[in-house]
Ligand binder design. Structure first.
Ligand code: SF4
Length: 330
């Protein structure tokens, strides 16, 4: 069975952009692949942060993933800092990664531009990312288009290490991207990708009332000034996109017809979306509430996931050290 690795930042509660753009796909993939899902808290400390908040957000993210359908009996779910081999392998890869490769990374340039002082960890972030993936010798990484450049670096790292230490039979596979079916979820502002830092999200476990408060003022096709104006769903990036994700096919067809034919107002359209959205998310919200009430259960599941991940991680580091002439701790 091919192996898949995915990482997600501990940003707290999942939002529907994370869910549609990544997590829903992982839930499907866990039945087809040997799946490793990692809450990448070492990546989160490359920018200023508060320790207590990070701890809380890490558990919230794990809770969200479990509630959304990641099943610890089918996937290995764990927190990066609980598997020390990630940073150990990252150091090895740092010794083989040209500085120029890292300085060219678009995400580094974006993030560095926002920092007063640039720390080495921010520059080396993609090396740790390569270690995350290659530690499990993953064949595939589900990614959005914006992450392809980082994955390319992981392939370069694998190639460099293989050329130096296992040229006979490459030890590390060069991981391939598996593009997520829903690539970019537009936020409630109708402009930027849905992102917590922009504040244009709907939380996966938000209450129905709170979701309605966000949907009601969301931007629609500007041509629809009043109910009798015909519209074009393709020019309604937020509501139509969410109907297609959460409403049944006959409702999506009804939205098309009613919008183009000016047969209903945007509020009715949004109410229909709200009904379908909250029905779809209700089981997730219920599971998340049950898990949030029992944080010890979440911690125990993460501990078990880390133990499972470490079996593979230790084996990889054993092979790496043997080939590099590095004695191991006894
Ligand atoms: Fe958007 Fe629906 Fe209004 Fe059409 S009717 S513009 S799809 S909210």
């Amino acid at each position: 069975m091919s192996r898949i690795f995915s990482g997600i930042q501990p940003s707290g509660e999942l939002h529907i952009g994370n869910y549609l753009g990544a997590v829903k796909n992982w839930v499907a993939l866990q039945d087809q692949f040997e799946t490793f899902i990692c809450v990448v808290n070492y990546h989160a400390i490359t920018v200023p942060y508060a320790p207590d908040e990070l701890r809380t957000r890490t558990r919230e993210m794990a809770t969200g993933l479990l509630a959304a359908g990641i099943d610890p009996s089918r996937a290995t779910l764990f927190v990066q800092s609980q598997v020390p081999e990630h940073t150990e392998l990252a150091w090895v890869f740092n010794t083989l990664t040209p500085l120029g490769e890292l300085e060219r990374q678009t995400q580094f340039k974006d993030k560095a531009g926002r920092q007063e002082q640039i720390m080495a960890g921010l520059l080396n972030y993609p090396v740790l990312q390569a270690a995350d993936i290659l530690l499990y010798r993953a064949d595939l990484v589900p990614v959005g288009e914006d992450q392809i450049q980082h994955l390319e670096l992981s392939r370069v790292v694998a190639r460099n290490w293989n050329a130096r230490f296992s040229s006979d039979a490459p030890y590390f596979p060069e991981p391939q991207p598996r593009l997520t079916p829903m690539r970019r979820i537009v936020g409630l502002d109708g402009q930027a990708k849905m992102s917590k830092s922009i504040g244009n999200t709907i939380g996966l476990t938000e209450s129905p009332d709170s979701i309605w408060d966000k949907l009601r003022p969301a931007v629609t096709d500007p041509a629809r000034q009043k109910k009798t104006d015909a519209g074009d769903p393709e020019k309604c990036p937020v509501i139509y996109q969410l109907h297609r994700a959460f409403s049944p096919a006959d409702t999506v067809a009804e939205v098309e017809s009613n919008c183009r034919g000016a047969k209903w107002g945007c509020i009715e359209c949004k109410k229909s979306l709200h009904t379908n959205l909250i029905a779809d998310l209700a089981p997730i919200r219920e599971r998340a509430a049950a898990l949030a009430a029992n944080p010890a259960e979440v911690d125990a599941l993460l501990d078990a996931g880390a133990s499972k991940a470490r079996v593979v991680a230790r084996q990889t580091m054993h092979e790496v050290k043997a080939r590099m002439g590095l004695p191991e701790a006894q």
